[in-house]
Design a protein. Structure first.
Lengths: 308, 333
């Protein structure tokens, strides 16, 4: 039986190695379109979503949601299949990287657009369930979208059971937050009378414990809460991004504070090596399964035609 | 009391939905008591259904997004956007969210946005437009527009159960109008419909099987078209036929072609901008059917709608302007 520590490490490693495999598939010309990787941010999805049941709770993601998807589904095959546009993909090749679904988890490619949607899901949770909640993930770029502020206001004034999760990696695409965001995210959130929490995303056990407490509180009080995670993405914004705007000093700091490195240090090293081998094999199998899978059938997918 | 006016039927539909289906919720600005909506469509409903008539802040993008989330969770939200002009604000949530989920995630989205469009009331540039055109042709999105020929409450009920994000276009002038069956000349009309849930309606003067001209229009201009129909009948005994779809996008092509198959001259009327308009699409469908119709199309000029009476009249289609075109077409000029 895996310890909690080991299973959190395993989940984070699955996310990281899947993202790395996706990068490699791109360089080999086996993927089209684009992807937004989350290398460096794995501890957030892993820690927070450990307390979420995607058959009861709702979760919304964004353009950078591979980590959320894997944390919930533990299934690299359907993610890679989706990126290859294959029938075995999460949504049978219709969506690609930015439009994926697993049970009650939905993503979309419009910055901030899923935050008001999460508020509506939370409205439904409030009146239709006793303890179901919603978790909404978004980045620091979304903090400057108008309807995200509208969503905070609605969630607060209507007292809805939603956890807003800001994954603040400091850059909206290539633009530093210091150049785009007046005041602070904290002050904005508090001004809506929403409980605010801050966590540096370097220790998955810490994230696991604090988010458990916050999520349990939301289930009980049916009121919104907010976590700002300070994090760092080692992936480019998207696949073509060379990360020229990121200070090397920042990379060095986060290499030291890499949540995977930190988790691995405190583990039995032979167990860590075993877990790594298992993940490598799983990802390899996932790629093979995706390559084998057929493409979707256009006729079937668009059956009935325009608004039938 | 039996309903007579368009607004009463609409409210009956809302009430019936709230009574019969607990998942129906209304959202919008100033829709609860004592205001009851800018056009009073929801007046009184918050007293009967206090938990399900949700008065929102002025956050059209936010609460429309919220309705998208409610629909995604299987509820049936009906949003009121106070003026159709504000539907620019909700375009992202309808086009990039709600309608995408229908196909990407194979979700039934029971979501209706009710909104009053149209001018002729002196409200000026940003409170008079017919912006339903923003949603024309969008996949997995319906644009439904009742007129005095339909029971708007029934169309609303059919819209919320259709399972597609629906823009439900009400015309400001129609609210105070009587439905056709409560008008003076109703007995002298022959009315036929095609299509079950979102019918296309044909109106002929009883006893005249052949018409000299067919007018195709929808929504608020239906009333004007009927007035023209009577004027030409009474004054010159020229029979004009009217065809009025309630499903504006996508167009019910079959019904349109069935009703026009014996016609020769067709005039398409719309209150929205003529250029790149709904009538342009209807014209294309008719043209491609290759039946040799003579087709004219009248809509608003592509100009900002001025507030002053004379400026508004210059931009929007007018009774006199349409009458002149009708005379040209039937050769009585």
């Amino acid at each position: 039986m895996n310890s909690l520590q080991e299973s959190l490490y395993e989940k984070m490693l699955l996310i990281r190695k899947t993202e790395q495999a996706i990068d490699k598939l791109f360089s080999q010309g086996k993927l089209r379109g684009t992807v937004h990787g989350c290398i460096g941010q794995e501890a957030i999805a892993t820690g927070v979503l450990s307390h979420i049941n995607p058959s009861i709770d709702y979760i919304t993601g964004n353009h950078r949601s591979h980590g959320h998807y894997l944390a919930l589904s533990d299934d690299a095959t359907s993610l890679i299949g989706e990126l290859m546009g294959k029938k075995n993909g999460a949504v049978e090749g219709r969506g690609g990287s930015q439009h994926i679904r697993y049970k009650n988890f939905y993503t979309n490619g419009i910055t901030g657009g899923m935050v008001p949607v999460a508020v509506g899901l939370a409205y439904s949770q409030k009146i239709n369930t006793k303890s179901g909640i919603v978790v909404s993930f978004f980045g620091d770029g979304a903090m400057n979208e108008g309807y995200v502020m509208e969503a905070f206001n609605l969630a607060s004034i209507m007292k809805l059971p939603v956890l807003f999760v800001l994954e603040n990696n400091g850059f909206a695409m290539s633009t530093s937050q210091s150049k785009t965001t007046a005041g602070s995210c904290e002050a904005r959130v508090r001004s809506f009378d929403i409980e605010y929490n801050f966590i540096e995303a370097n220790d998955v056990m810490n994230i696991y414990r604090i988010s458990e407490e916050i999520i349990n509180r939301i289930r009980e009080t049916r009121k919104p809460s907010f976590i700002e995670f300070k994090t760092h993405r080692f992936s480019g914004h998207s696949k073509s991004d060379k990360r020229e705007y990121i200070d090397q000093e920042l990379d060095r700091y986060w290499k030291m504070n890499d949540p995977l490195k930190k988790a691995k240090e405190t583990m039995d090293q032979s167990r860590a090596a075993y877990i790594e081998a298992v993940i490598d094999r799983r990802i390899n199998d996932a790629i093979l399964a995706a390559i084998e899978s057929p493409f979707p059938d256009s006729k079937e997918e668009y059956e009935g035609g325009y608004n039938a | 009391m039996k309903s007579v006016y368009y607004i009463d039927y609409l409210k009956d539909g809302l009430r019936e939905l709230l009574q019969s289906d607990l998942s129906v919720h209304l959202l919008g600005e100033d829709i609860a008591e004592p205001y009851g909506g800018a056009f009073k469509v929801t007046k009184g409903l918050s007293l009967e259904f206090p938990d399900r008539v949700i008065q929102t802040p002025m956050s059209e993008q936010g609460f429309t997004g919220m309705a998208v989330g409610m629909a995604l969770a299987g509820m049936k939200p009906i949003v009121e956007i106070m003026f159709g002009d504000f539907s620019t604000l909700i375009a992202d949530q309808i086009i990039n969210h709600a309608s995408k989920f229908v196909w990407l995630y194979k979700k039934t989205m029971n979501l209706v946005v009710r909104t009053p469009m149209g001018g002729y009331r002196g409200y000026g540039a940003t409170h008079s437009q017919s912006l339903e055109r923003l949603f024309f042709g969008q996949p997995n999105t319906l644009v439904i527009a009742p007129s005095i020929l339909n029971n708007p409450g029934r169309l609303l009920i059919n819209s919320i159960y259709k399972g597609l994000p629906t823009i439900f276009v009400e015309n400001k002038l129609d609210y105070a109008r009587r439905l056709i069956e409560h008008t003076e000349n109703y007995q002298d009309l022959e009315i036929n419909t095609l299509g079950l849930f979102f019918p296309t309606t044909e109106v002929k003067i009883a006893g005249f099987d052949e018409s000299e001209l067919t007018i195709i229009t929808y929504g608020g201009l239906t009333q004007l078209a009927i007035e023209l129909q009577w004027k030409f009948m009474v004054e010159e005994e020229i029979p004009i036929k009217l065809i009025c779809p309630s499903k504006i996008s996508p167009i019910d092509e079959k019904a349109l072609l069935e009703f026009t198959k014996n016609d020769k001259k067709i005039l398409i009327l719309e209150e929205g901008y003529e250029r790149f308009g709904w009538g342009t699409e209807v014209s294309k469908l008719l043209y491609q059917a290759d039946s040799g119709w003579k087709i004219r199309h009248i809509g608003a000029r592509s100009e900002v709608i001025g507030a002053s009476h004379v400026l508004e009249e210059y931009v929007l289609p007018s009774f006199n302007g349409i009458e002149t075109t009708v005379r040209e077409m039937v050769g009585s000029l």
